[in-house]
Ligand binder design. Structure first.
Ligand code: 5AD
Ligand code: SF4
Length: 436
């Protein structure tokens, strides 16, 4: 059978980057990538199970993929694969492979089994100390290179499925991370995003024993690299030295995504986040007192079991106190195996909707205000794309804001860094003119 494959990816940046590594591995094993499921003999579907809705989508999509033609190999990867395991074969009997992210190094081997005639293969062990590093990664984004520094998660937030789907924490050696950073710099990338479910608990397994701050600083000093971002931070492990290295090294972006989940200490306790509101605010103070203007973004869950109106108001009040640059808000959704299951899910859907809408409305007002204050400023943007219809370039500031601009009529700006004066502000983005 001709080895053509199609891949579809859902979920977080870790998943997106896993797919880049899977694609690189497949290309290196002699497979050819095609753009539609119909044209492929092998279909890979990299899934997310962070919330119930994401998981339901997977089974609907698997049903659809079945209609893309007969005699294809269908592989389910990612978090739903790990979470549901062999049960996927019962719900979707046309699936041939179920492989979780902790088993991707075995993919070539598992594919050989399929080629030899096995109808169903699985890679589901979480018992691993390995990370999925590959020199073959095929990057989708020509401007920003993702680099995994730590895989898995050892926290036990009571709502979260990730420790069950991505296995225990495993850090890469600093040398291997730096080697990849130098390699992507050599390929012309100027921006790197370091990835992990909890980058702050990074611990170099080699004798150097670096912590996250040391690694961040070193990646920021790789010749050719002009911007370094990182995702995601856990407040418990977020230490002041991270702010100190950002202050001292302009190549490290002045943006921190620090998910709070709730502004109420009692809800945080129910979530087993292992910090109080005050402890979280201490980290925020470090950032507010930094020399650089650090933008802060967050994730919030509304309707966690036991969240009272008062708790919710504490969250609204936290928004005003922190003045986030932007946030992602989610309605609580029960996940299999998690600690919070025993607390039930008693807040009605309509009430969760009401809360999320109020939250988003408040945040919108904050963003409008913050962005209006930026009019007149000059920001350095990294050019990521072009809106042909608007005759505008799409840029991103170090603070991770979208700043679209006009004023340079050349077709060679992609990947460049351009100073842009902000002329207009909306709640979600800025518009400006290139400074010539
Ligand atoms: N229900 C709702 N939101 C969740 N998140 C994680 N698990 C759940 C859940 N069970 C949110 C958190 C996390 C983000 C990636 O997804 O806010 O930070
Ligand atoms: Fe989705 Fe979480 Fe898995 Fe990422 S780690 S794909 S967000 S379930």
């Amino acid at each position: 059978m001709e080895k053509t494959f199609y891949i579809e990816t859902f979920g977080c940046q870790m998943n997106a980057h896993d797919s880049e590594k899977v694609v690189g591995t497949l290309l290196n094993t002699g497979y050819t990538q095609v753009e539609t499921p119909e044209a492929a003999n092998y279909i890979f579907y990299n899934t997310c199970s962070i919330r119930d809705k994401a998981e339901q989508k997977v089974f609907n999509r698997l049903q659809h993929l079945k209609n893309s033609g007969k005699n294809k190999v269908l592989a389910v990867l990612g978090c739903v694969a790990q979470q549901e395991g062999e049960k996927i074969f019962d719900r979707a009997p046309h699936v041939n492979m179920v492989v979780g992210s902790a088993s991707y190094t075995k993919l070539p081997q598992l594919l050989v089994q399929i080629e030899q005639g096995d109808k169903r293969v699985t890679g589901l062990s979480l018992d691993t100390t390995e990370t999925f590093d590959t020199p073959f990664t095929r990057r989708d984004n020509p401007h920003r290179a993702y680099i995994t520094i730590i895989e898995g998660c050892d926290k036990n937030c009571s709502y979260c499925v990730v420790p069950f789907t991505r296995g225990p924490e495993r850090s890469r050696t600093s040398e291997s991370v730096l080697e990849e950073a130098r390699r992507v710099a050599g390929l012309g990338y100027t921006e790197i995003q370091l990835l992990g479910q909890n980058v702050n608990s990074y611990r170099d397994p080699s004798a150097a024993g670096w912590d996250f701050s040391a690694l961040l600083d070193a990646v920021g000093k790789v010749p050719g690299i002009r911007r370094v971002r990182f995702m995601t931070s856990h407040p418990r492990d977020f230490v002041k030295s991270i702010i100190d290295v950002i202050d001292e090294n302009e190549n490290l972006c002045n943006h921190v995504h620090l998910p709070v989940q709730s502004g109420s200490t009692s809800v945080l306790a129910g979530m087993q986040r292992s910090y109080s509101r005050d402890e979280y605010m201490r980290r925020i103070e470090w950032m507010k007192n930094a020399k650089r203007d650090i933008s802060i973004t967050t994730d919030i869950i509304v309707g966690f079991p036991g969240e009272t109106e008062r708790d919710f108001e504490d969250t609204l009040d936290l928004l005003e106190e922190v003045q986030y640059e932007s946030l992602f808000a989610f309605k609580y959704s029960q996940r299999p195996n998690t600690g919070a299951l025993k607390l039930g899910d008693h807040i009605p859907e309509e009430e969760k909707t009401r809360r999320i809408m109020i939250l988003q409305e408040r945040q919108r007002a904050i963003q409008l205000r913050r962005n209006a204050d930026r009019v007149g400023r000059v920001e350095q943007v990294h050019v990521e794309g072009r809106h042909a219809s608007l005759n505008q370039w799409i840029g991103r500031t170090s603070q991770n804001q979208t700043l679209n601009f006009s004023g340079r009529d050349t077709d060679t700006l992609l990947g460049d860094y351009v100073p842009v004066r902000v002329t207009r502000a909306g709640p979600n983005s800025l518009v400006g003119d290139a400074v010539v």
